[in-house]
Design a protein around this ligand. Structure first.
Ligand code: EPZ
Length: 419
């Protein structure tokens, strides 16, 4: 069992290089199953969700060579399996992309039900609605999802809910379908655009990714070779933005796309922080206590739910009382109990949290309940007076590459201890 021991009181200063986006990588890797060839994928974040995805692809017959920590060559010419093992697919959420890709490739797949962060119920009805609209037969039972289709035929699909996963999954399933598929009420996150860009680089015909309506004209085949670099991680960049403000520091965040951060930047400016756009780098700094602000999480380009816990830490030490409304997930306030153990005054009820800012947090043993809660509590430990022991850091390692090294380079006093 590993933990992070953090001695607080540091004002973070220096520069950090952002890794490739987890939520793009865990979709683009399964998307290679639509292809029959050899492909180089670079700027891959070296995180456990990516490693598990690669394991599953190899179980299905893909050959993967790691050229460096962040680059693989994947050969998907010989995909012979059509069963992705439950013990691996249940470890994270994005395993369901295997379904869309394998339906597109061979019309048959069985996948263990996906796992992922415990954020309340995480239905997949919109994914199934999309697959069935394209002509697939989908069955869910005994902890598995099986999908079969003799032929996939393009159609129009209106998403009842704006869903990142369902938008990407339907996109994957329709790339090689006959005719045109239109996805209405599509999600618009940067990682959706990145998946579409990857598929178009490989010969797909997808238009409108990043808007509410995505059109996919089915093609007969895709390229047999190619290379692609994953987009920088919007949420990792946002996490360091929040850390700069919480610690009254000054951080140069390199290898990011500032337009993806507009909503986070707006909130940082609102609470008295400073942001300077330097192209593929942004500078974020503050030398005073943040002021209160209200947050409502929304699909992109609204305030990202994956930044809600990190901003919760900033607001927990702000001057004044803030309201956080988590509109995407049923249960994404578990971290507030841990923060209250560090001296915060947060009352969370259903999808709303009232955050009365306190002057100071104090170190304590805290437990990460999910990936972004873990990142938030790490920031809280750096801000707090005294020592914090952060447990269940396997959650953080799912989505952040070398997290403690990146913070140590900025001056944080963090040790990873194996008990
Ligand atoms: C993706 O999850 C991300 N994960 C999540 O990030 C992120 O919080 C979420 O999108 C929202 O941005 C990955 O990309 C691997 P959704 P996903 O489908 O696709 C409802 C992180 O920290 N819904 O956009 O599972 C759902 O209940 C993780 O990196 C349905 O009702 O999210 C939720 O209320 C945590 N039916 C809303 O839509 C469906 O079929 C948004 O979910 C699908 C979703």
């Amino acid at each position: 069992m590993e933990k992070l021991v953090i001695t607080g009181g540091t004002r973070l200063k220096g520069e950090v290089v952002i890794s490739g986006a987890k939520n793009a990588a865990v979709a683009i890797l399964p998307a290679t199953l639509l292809l029959k060839g050899v492909y180089t994928i670079s700027n891959l974040p070296n995180i456990s969700d990516v490693k598990i995805t690669c394991d599953i692809l190899q179980d299905l017959g893909a050959k993967i060579t790691w050229k460096s920590r962040n680059e693989i060559v994947i050969d998907t010419r010989e995909i012979d399996g059509n069963e992705a093992p439950i013990d691996k697919t249940s470890k994270f959420r994005a395993s369901y992309y295997i379904i869309g890709a394998m339906l597109g490739r061979c019309g048959q797949i069985e996948v263990g039900l996906p796992g992922g962060c415990n954020l309340g119920s995480r239905p997949i009805d919109q994914h199934i609605k999309g697959f069935e609209a394209l002509g697939a037969k989908v069955e869910v039972g005994q902890g598995k999802i099986s999908a079969k289709a003799k032929k996939l035929v393009g159609t129009s699909i209106y998403m009842d809910v704006v869903s990142v996963g369902a938008t990407i999954n339907v996109m994957l399933a329709s790339v090689l379908a006959e005719g045109t598929t239109t996805i209405d009420n599509a999600a618009k996150e940067p990682h959706i655009v990145d998946v579409a860009n990857f598929l178009n680089t490989m010969g797909a015909d997808i238009r409108g990714a990043g808007t509410d309506v995505i059109k996919i004209n089915g093609v007969k085949s895709l390229k047999r070779e190619g290379s692609y670099s994953i987009v920088p991680d919007q949420i990792e960049a946002g996490t360091f933005m929040a850390a700069a403000i919480a610690t009254r520091g000054d951080i140069l965040i390199k290898n990011c796309i500032s337009e993806h951060l507009d909503c986070i930047t707006a909130k940082i400016l609102e609470i008295g922080g400073h942001v300077e756009d330097l192209g593929d780098t942004i500078r974020v700094w503050s030398n005073k206590r943040p002021t209160k602000a209200n947050i409502k999480t929304l699909p992109y380009p609204g305030f990202p739910t994956d930044m809600q816990p990190q901003m919760g830490v900033v607001l927990s030490i702000a001057d004044g009382t803030s309201i956080i409304n988590e509109s995407i997930w049923e249960s994404r306030f578990q971290y507030t109990n841990e923060l209250n153990n560090m001296g915060a005054h947060i009352t969370a009820q259903g999808k709303t949290a009232v955050v009365e800012g306190v002057k100071e947090l104090s170190g304590a043993p805290v437990y990460a309940s999910d990936l972004r809660a873990g990142a938030a509590l790490l920031i809280a430990g750096i801000v707090a007076k005294g020592t914090t022991e952060l447990y269940n850091i396997n959650h953080i390692d799912r989505g952040y590459e070398q997290i403690e090294e990146k913070f140590r380079k900025l001056g944080a006093n963090i040790l990873r201890i194996t008990e």
